[in-house]
Design a protein around this ligand. Structure first.
Ligand SMILES: [Fe+2]
Length: 373
């Protein structure tokens, strides 16, 4: 278990040890609320709102994303689901004019490799299985589409509605959602509330979703790139905003989960496929800390770590949900991850379970269970 960032700094340590546990927890809660409630800006679940600096995280009592009333006193289990790389099939008819762009290479790839994947049953079953756990928050880390065609963007919106209400589902876009110039803007506009939350200024990313003591910070690495490129970008401006979000939420005692489509690990850097700016991303995590980082893009299950402020931060990649339709060479079968986060006194408990398909059967099974904190 790891100690949350919040501490009872105003009470001498000798006195703290003599206090009943309930009083000590109440002091933690009081400090959390002092930080959290100084803003007073009303947050709407569907509108982008602003997290202001100067130790203010805006919130109101009736905000669905506000901390639980039991914040810091009664342990509240929060369940977070993670799914990624949906690559919704089948591909809709592609207008000829759309092929006079990078889309022509993606279209040929589709025809040669993915076209056989016409059944949506596997994905439907995977999502149904995930929803049976009733996750409080579902993180979708990008690549909902293949060529980011208008029709695909619409289909992706319909699919998101099958995953859950926009208040409990958040999307970090992937490189396929920004396949050509202008596509990402269309996707963000169509997917609307699934891609919005609290922000530190008018910039759309990162945005923050809060549920109980969990804060999900949604970054974007999606940028249009040249043909045969699938890299992502994380620039200095987004890094500065991520740093402010992590600082504010860390001081307020949240369990901070960072979402990004491309993996930020040194081990997975690749000039054509990797994250440009990964070093900058890791510097922010090293300076401000985080409790968990989730990504997609590799189409493989993976667990790594990057250095954080007080210790290593787990980095978990999930296999592509698209593989529920057909497993491509090198991809893992379709899976999703389920995290359960709970505060225990002054420490966190976080367990992870991986559910998904096996190569030799169509059953969805529990494949892995581990304690992260
Ligand atoms: Fe993908």
């Amino acid at each position: 278990m790891r100690s949350p960032s919040t501490s009872m700094t105003r009470v001498p340590s000798v006195m703290r040890r003599l206090m009943p546990m309930a009083v000590r927890k109440a002091l933690v809660r009081k400090r959390c609320q002092r930080v959290i409630c100084m803003g007073g800006v009303s947050l709407g679940p569907y509108a982008s709102t602003t997290l202001r600096h100067g130790d203010k995280i805006a919130t109101t009592a009736d905000c669905p994303l506000s901390p639980s009333p039991t914040h810091g006193i009664t342990p509240v289990m929060t369940t977070l689901a993670h799914i990624s790389d949906i690559h919704l099939a089948p591909l809709p008819p592609v207008p000829l004019r759309a092929l006079f762009s990078k889309r022509v290479t993606g279209y040929l790839n589709w025809r040669m490799n993915r076209e056989k994947a016409m059944s949506g049953e596997g994905l439907t079953n995977l999502v149904r299985h995930m929803r049976e756990h009733r996750p409080d928050v579902t993180a979708v880390t990008g690549d909902l589409t293949n060529l980011a065609l208008d029709a695909e963007i619409n289909t992706a919106y319909n699919w998101l509605q099958t995953v859950g209400d926009p208040r409990s589902v958040c999307v970090s876009p992937g490189n396929h959602d920004a396949y050509v110039r202008g596509a990402l803007e269309k996707a963000l506009d169509r997917w609307g509330p699934y891609t919005r939350g609290e922000t530190v200024d008018k910039s759309p990313f990162p945005f923050v979703r809060r549920h109980g003591e969990l804060a999900v910070i949604v970054c974007s690495s999606a940028v249009p790139t040249a043909p045969l490129m699938a890299r992502g970008e994380f620039d200095d401006a987004q890094a500065e905003r991520l740093s402010r979000c992590l600082s504010l939420l860390g001081e307020a005692g949240y369990f901070r989960v960072v979402l990004i489509h491309h993996p930020p690990n040194l081990e997975l850097r690749h000039p054509r496929l990797g994250l440009w700016g990964a070093r900058t991303f890791r510097q922010v995590i090293a300076q401000q800390g985080a409790e968990l980082i989730l990504h997609g893009h590799t189409h493989k299950s993976s667990i790594y770590a990057v250095p954080g402020k007080t210790g290593d931060v787990p980095v978990v990649g999930v296999a592509a949900a698209a593989a529920a339709q057909s497993v491509q060479a090198g991809d893992d079968p379709a899976r999703y991850n389920l995290f359960k986060v709970e505060r225990h006194g002054s420490a966190w408990s976080c367990t992870m379970r991986e559910f998904g398909f096996q190569r030799l059967s169509t059953d969805i099974v529990l494949r892995l269970q581990l304690r992260i904190y």
